[in-house]
Design a protein around this ligand. Structure first.
Ligand code: AVI
Length: 323
């Protein structure tokens, strides 16, 4: 696991989740157009590939968001309540949260993630490095209504959802997630959310069509995973990665496009592909500051402050939960 995509991940699936994976794949490949959920990108290989993506020269979001959190550290610290609990929705690499924990003084940290083993390993490392911080990991799907630990119930709450993972939700899902986060954190809580900004389409194109082909491998790894875990027989050379910017919907779309007519079998079902037919694997929505503000307001939050980098590539929003 890694940076922040893992917010969508459930690597090392227990059996119940393998069944969900199988059901989702069979149902999604039967759709017109065919699709697959981006949450299944993040097996061990997919997580490593995503981490490699975050280091690519073309992929600006990770380093730009880190730069904002670093450069605006004092301003961010200034609006944090005292003795607060920081609740991170999805827990990937701890780079960003470590930065926040260094600049702001939190009493407790609650990382929430579906992968318990991973979470506990991260929690142990944080306890070692921040001995005054109470760390209370919660194993749960952070998009659902999970319960906060009793130990933080009386503390002021600050949510943290970096990485522009919100952009991988459909707008109605993003709204549902923000509403649920507000219900969990309570009125008056703060929430720090990272969101990728709309920008020159060429920059977006290169960020998702990198010269080294790492994003292509990341996308194709979904088929590798289906072959391995669900006994599929996808011919990897029969599909190519395609990422395009959909201007109307303000999103990068990732697809796997069949190079030829072919039939793929998995779990006793056959799926026929026409030449040029695509499997839609991911949307990555890009928000203007105004559209993100509208999303937040429509989901029970008020925008308190928005920070961007000088080139306006990425935004970090501080939201306040309405009563
Ligand atoms: C995790 N998420 C914010 C990434 C994004 O940019 O939407 C996932 C990704 N897909 C391709 N490259 C990176």
């Amino acid at each position: 696991m890694n940076v922040h995509a893992p917010a969508l991940a459930n690597a090392h699936l227990p059996d119940q989740q393998t069944t969900a994976f199988a059901q989702d794949v069979v149902a999604d490949l039967a759709q017109h157009p065919k699709r697959l959920s981006p949450k299944y990108f993040y097996d061990a290989t997919g997580s490593d590939l995503f981490e490699a993506i975050t280091r690519l020269p073309e992929y600006y979001p990770t380093r730009t968001e880190l730069g904002i959190l670093r450069d605006r550290g004092e301003e961010i610290a200034a609006i944090m309540p005292e003795h607060a609990a920081l609740i991170e929705f999805g827990a990937g690499a701890t780079t960003k949260v470590r930065l926040l924990l260094q600049t702001c003084k939190f009493a407790a940290y609650v990382p929430v993630d579906i992968s318990g083993d991973f979470l506990n390993a991260q929690a142990d490392a944080l306890r070692r490095d921040f001995p005054d911080l109470a760390v209370h990991p919660v194993t749960a799907d952070f998009t659902t209504q999970f319960k906060l630990p009793d130990a933080v119930r009386e503390m002021p709450k600050v949510g943290f959802f970096p990485g522009s993972t919100i952009g991988n939700f459909e707008p109605h899902e993003a709204c549902r997630f923000l509403r649920s986060a507000r219900d969990i954190l309570g009125a008056g809580a703060l929430m720090i959310v990272g969101a990728d900004l709309e920008k020159d389409e060429r920059i977006l194109h290169h960020a998702y069509n990198d010269a080294e082909g790492v994003t292509a491998r990341f996308n194709l790894n979904l088929l590798v995973r289906i072959n391995r875990e669900l006994g599929g027989n996808f011919d990897l050379s029969g599909f190519i990665h395609r990422a395009i910017y959909n201007r109307e919907h303000h999103r990068i779309e990732m697809h796997l496009v069949s190079r030829k007519p072919q039939t793929v079998r998995l779990l006793g079902t056959s799926f026929a592909f026409r030449a040029g037919e695509s499997i839609h694997t991911e949307n990555s929505y890009k928000y203007s500051i105004e559209r993100f503000g509208a999303l937040a307001r429509g989901s029970g939050w008020k925008v308190r402050t928005t920070w961007t980098d000088a080139a306006k590539m990425f935004s970090v929003h501080a939201l306040v939960a309405e009563g």
